[in-house]
Design a protein around this ligand. Structure first.
Ligand code: BG6
Length: 503
């Protein structure tokens, strides 16, 4: 995130080695992001992209395939000169973790390439692969000596999902940490690549007026919503084994939660920021299975219309089991057991095939005592929400009450809004540029540390366990295009609160 005054420096010379280069992620996000960095002159002067494929492919074929992907997914008009310059450094290497000799060969090929490209031995290994390949690839890289930092840096970029529960996340952390040091691992959560998400830190800590009231004395509760309109589409096999909770909560929603709830870090550097984020996640109260059932709602969508698109029953989706009990919607009530947040509930909800796409954090301040206005006409009373929104628009809104102009006192709720695009020229981006740039400059402030990944899983594990035991019992349905299961409303109304309305 370029936290220092040396912002926007060019990264060190390096090789950018992509495992899974023939896949969707590399074509759709990683390479278009590299292209955007090239446009802004933020790639190293001495640089090469190495694509690792299980099956041999010529350099030209790989370049053509990446160029086709770039034309399809670029966030801006492709300048052929810049793209050609980027792709001219692309090399394809064949390697398969089930064949150790192929990794030894790769090691030699990389040495030779680095000699000619003068990249100084710095290497970034980007695992844009299915998660079951993370361990085998890293193990082979380690065995072949490619992860040792002898004067040059070696970094491992690991995509989501990082584990499927607490035990598997720990196992993956342990396995990786036997091969590399924590500072060499970059666990990606693409939510941290979003400007609005990064801005939570600045909003909270670069302004004097929020921090004094950012606590249980003034805040009633916090709602975090990540609603999506899309159904599961062609991701049935991944999604049916995963579900809304695993797919979104310990990673994306917890990133939002930790930024909004963390203590002020002593310094704006990776160590301080990541430590405070890990602390707050570790303070989420672990619930018993009975509490987890009481404090959650899970739902699955049935056919309906989202806008004018027909969505069929989740259970009829390609590669989804017809009797599946996987949730496509999850709502949770959590509490954070520390001095700042004791007694302030955090309500989280996320789902697929909903009526609106919306990502927001809504901070609800405590109600003013209205006794003095008890005789006053009220058109609409504001709930005093501060809303940080990422989707559908990037903005920050403060809702408050005001006097309606006129000779008598009449109160109405109004809002004050800051929209990013009204103030700043927002560059079109994939959301991966900052993350990739940070990996190359060695700034891991926006990446998850082992302890926070585990703290996240620890907090959701009781829900996973309780839901698994309950099976079909307790699974609600909701119509595609709706606001989610009705029972999610009850999670709030029983506390005398309500969700903010969609749309
Ligand atoms: C991914 C999930 O990590 O995040 C998807 O696997 C989800 O299921 C996506 O759709 C949401 O990302 P965004 O940036 O569109 O909110």
């Amino acid at each position: 995130m370029a936290t220092s005054k040396t912002a926007q420096k060019k990264p060190d010379p390096c090789s950018f080695v992509i495992f899974g280069v023939t896949g969707d992620l590399a074509h759709r996000l990683v390479v278009p992001a590299l292209y955007n960095l090239a446009v802004n002159d933020l790639l190293p002067d001495n640089f090469c992209v190495v694509g690792v494929a299980r099956k041999a492919m010529s350099n030209d074929d790989l370049r053509d395939s990446l160029m086709t992907g770039l034309r399809q997914f670029a966030t801006q008009k492709v300048d052929d000169k810049i793209a050609d310059h980027l792709f001219q450094c692309v090399t394809c290497i064949e390697a398969d973790p089930s064949d150790p000799a192929s990794f030894d060969k790769m090691s030699k090929q990389l040495d030779e390439l680095e000699e000619s490209r003068k990249t100084g031995g710095n290497r970034l290994f980007y695992l844009a692969t299915p998660p079951n390949a993370f361990q085998p690839i890293s193990k082979e890289l380690g065995r072949a000596g490619m992860l040792k930092e002898n004067g040059a840096w070696r970094r491992l970029v690991v995509e989501k999902p990082f584990g499927t529960d607490l035990a598997s996340a720990k196992e993956l952390n342990d396995a990786l940490l036997q091969l590399v040091d924590e500072h060499q691992i970059y666990r990606i959560d693409h939510y941290l690549g979003k400007e609005t998400v990064q801005n939570i830190l600045v909003l909270r800590f670069a302004n004097g007026m929020f921090e004094p009231i950012w606590n249980r004395n003034h805040i009633d509760h916090i709602q975090i919503t990540v609603d999506e309109k899309l159904g599961v589409g062609h991701r049935g096999s991944f999604y049916d084994a995963t579900g809304a909770l695993r797919d979104m909560v310990p990673n994306h929603l917890f990133q939002l939660l930790s930024l909004v709830a963390m203590e002020p870090p002593a310094k704006f550097n990776a160590h301080s920021v990541r430590s405070e984020k890990a602390e707050v996640l570790a303070a989420i109260q672990t619930q018993s299975e009975a509490d987890a059932l009481h404090n959650s709602v899970r739902g699955q969508y049935v056919s309906g219309k989202v806008g004018n698109i027909d969505i069929e029953d989740y259970r009829r989706t390609e590669d989804v089991k017809p009797e599946s009990t996987t949730e496509t919607y999850a709502a949770l009530k959590l509490t954070i057991d520390n001095w700042r947040w004791a007694g302030v509930p955090f309500y989280l909800r996320t789902g697929k095939a909903l009526g609106v796409k919306r990502t927001e954090i809504a901070i609800k301040f405590k109600q003013a005592p209205f006794a003095m206005f008890s005789e006053t006409p009220v058109n609409r009373l504001s709930q005093n929400f501060l809303v940080i929104s990422t989707e559908p628009t990037e903005d920050i809104t403060l809702e408050f009450n005001t006097k309606v102009p006129g000779p008598t006192i009449n109160i109405d709720g109004v809002e004050m809004k800051f929209r990013y695009k009204d103030y700043f020229k927002v560059e079109p981006s994939t959301g991966y540029e900052t993350l990739i740039y940070d990996c190359m400059i060695g700034d891991n402030i926006l990446f998850q540390r082992a302890d926070s990944v585990e703290a996240g899983w620890q907090a959701v594990q009781p829900f996973l366990d309780a839901w698994k035991k309950a099976g079909a019992r307790g699974l609600k349905t909701y119509r595609a295009g709706s606001e989610g299961p009705e029972e999610a409303e009850a999670l709030m109304t029983r506390d005398g609160r309500s969700w903010r309305q969609l749309g």
